[in-house]
Design a protein around this ligand. Structure first.
Ligand code: MLC
Ligand code: AMP
Length: 502
């Protein structure tokens, strides 16, 4: 039994003493010697609110220090944390609530009215200043400053993270405490995490990059976290002189590389720039290196498996590659039957290891579809592995768009557009975008000429999160199809490749 991941953070906090843990602006919001008592009060408040170990707690709130405390308290109380992107609409939320069946839901005060009718049996709280409706009120009044961290077995879940699928329906990836502990320990060693590291945290805390990779490494290391509620290149540059590590999606680096304040001097105290969640362009790597002297370290991962591959800390960081499988990961590049291809040939990356998830929540069929009989998980990413084991992600077997590090599943958008009167069919594709890496574009075949771009965008605006909404709607007389009748998205992507180029 490896236990509750919070126990690891607690041990590091003891060693860190009165060092600042969370710093926002120039204000220390939490010291390491306060971590135990503060999260104890939050965990007690959750228990007082009716939560019991293994209950799901569904959380859709703007990033804040309180949000981080809530997450840590949830781990400590043995709850299963279900984070959701704040961009999801009430219609999208209803699906997650029905699927996760949470005991507790936490939302922002502004969303309480819209969410109240759809919470079912769950208790609804906010993290705002709305009195009895706020969990903070319970933290301040009812709660105890000591709390026995709930013991967890290897299979006990710490979180369910939703990731969409090719059918258009999101699936909840079940992650155990043991999954999260193993990944954090491996990364700590691989990236040479140091006791005096100071992390700039500007990622959202509703996805695995900001929630697990960034927070866990910092907490495990007893490192100070310079907390940003969102990414702003100026604010991050202002902070660099006081930090040693930055983690980001490629869009962070695109925006920093274009900034005139990015220089050798402004980045002098940083020892490690990490990038992941989407491909880092070789041109971004090169411009960043030329302006700063730093080689961005690119790694590759996914919700179901945590971090999988990483460029080396000491060896060559080669742009266009994601480095080597992490020491705990077994990886192979395979054909469609799961047989390893010749080194250097492209195939689908399959992996196995202690950070691999426990399956999709209440969806054993979907889990089985993506697992080989010998325990390998099929990532859906097309990769090559060279003779030394270095991996490059060269494409995707799954129909997925990644914009600014956020996943967009075309099927979900196509279903929405196809349901509109006047639409015969649609295909949603990802095309290169200078800021986001890729942007979603819909190619629509109309029944009648009346429908225009604005009308379609308006119609989907209320139901789909903003980041999923296509940046452009284009019209065609027909969609290109192959002999089997399958839409040839590659052809459409080629045709519209230059849509957003400068
Ligand atoms: C914001 N918008 C986006 C978007 N982010 N649209 C598409 N894709 C995105 N990623 C919308 C906004 O709603 C807004 O709409 C408009 O685009 C302009 O927003 P912005 O102000 O320019 O965006 P910003 O707030 O600066 O956000 C961009 C960003 C952010 C890249 C900083 O999206 C971000 O932090 N992304 C990180 C996502 C992440 O953590 N991914 C990790 C997943 S885990 P309007 O209405 O103004 O037009 C994973 C596994 C792994 O993948 O390996 O790590
Ligand atoms: P998610 O489901 O949100 O966890 O996204 C995981 C997906 O992001 C992976 O399957 C990859 O397609 C993609 N991804 C993550 N890191 C990288 C990277 N460094 N290069 C290319 N793709 C990446």
């Amino acid at each position: 039994m490896t236990g509750n991941i919070f126990a690891f953070f607690s041990a590091s906090a003891k060693a860190a003493g009165d060092k600042p843990c969370l710093v926002e602006g120039n204000e220390s919001r939490l010291r390491y010697d306060e971590l135990d008592s503060t999260t104890a009060r939050w965990a007690s408040a959750l228990v007082a609110a009716g939560a019991a170990p293994s209950d799901r707690i569904l959380v859709q709130v703007e990033k804040s220090v309180e949000n981080v405390l809530l997450y840590l308290a949830s781990l400590r109380a043995g709850l299963v944390y279900v984070p959701l992107n704040t961009a999801y609409t009430a219609a999208e939320l209803e699906y997650f609530i029905g699927d996760a069946e949470p005991a507790i839901i936490i939302c922002d005060p502004a969303k309480r009215e819209a969410i109240s009718p759809i919470v079912g049996d769950a208790a609804l709280f906010t993290l705002g200043s709305d009195g009895a409706g706020s969990l903070i009120d319970h933290v301040e009044t009812a709660a105890d400053s000591s709390f026995e961290t709930v013991a967890r077995d290897d299979d006990d879940l710490a979180a369910i993270c939703y990731t969409s699928g090719t059918t258009g329906r999101s699936k909840g990836a079940m992650l155990s405490h043991a999954n999260l502990i193993s990944n954090a320990l491996v990364l700590r060693d691989y990236w040479h995490w140091q006791a005096d590291d100071i992390l700039i945290h500007a990622l959202p805390v509703y996805h695995v990059h900001g929630l697990f990779v960034a927070l866990h490494l910092a907490l495990l290391g007893g490192s100070t976290i310079r907390f940003h509620r969102s990414f702003d290149a100026d604010a991050v540059l202002d902070d660099m002189a006081q930090a040693t590590v930055l983690m980001g999606v490629p869009t962070f680096y695109v925006r920093l590389a274009a900034h005139d304040r990015l220089t050798r001097e402004t980045t002098a105290s940083i020892r490690l720039f990490l990038s992941g969640s989407a491909p880092l362009l070789e041109s971004t790597f090169a411009v960043f290196a030329a302006k700063t002297g730093h080689q961005i370290l690119e790694r590759y991962g996914m919700t179901e498996a945590g971090m999988i591959c990483s460029n080396p800390y000491d060896g060559d960081r080669i742009p266009g590659t994601v480095g080597f499988p992490l020491p705990s990961v077994e990886a192979r590049v395979a054909d469609e039957t799961g047989v390893e291809v010749i080194r250097g040939e492209p195939g689908v990356l399959e992996i196995k290891g202690p950070s691999l998830f426990r399956g999709y929540w209440q969806n054993p069929d979907k889990t089985a579809e993506e697992m080989r009989v010998d325990g390998y998980f099929v990532t859906g990413d097309i990769a090559t592995m060279d003779i030394d084991g270095r991996v490059a992600i060269v494409g995707r077997a799954k129909d997925l768009i990644i914009a600014g590090g956020l996943n967009i599943y075309p099927k979900e958008i196509e279903l929405t557009i196809d349901a509109m009167a006047g639409v015969r069919e649609s295909a949603v594709i990802g095309v290169p975008h200078p800021d986001l890496g890729e942007a979603a574009v819909a190619v629509v075949v109309r029944e009648t000429d009346g429908l225009d771009e604005a009308a379609i965008l308006d119609a989907i605006a209320g139901g789909l999160a903003r980041f999923k909404q296509p940046r452009r709607i284009l019209f065609a007389d027909a969609l290109p199809r192959n002999a089997m009748g399958k839409v040839q998205k590659a052809k459409l992507r080629d045709e519209h490749r230059a849509l957003f180029s400068d």
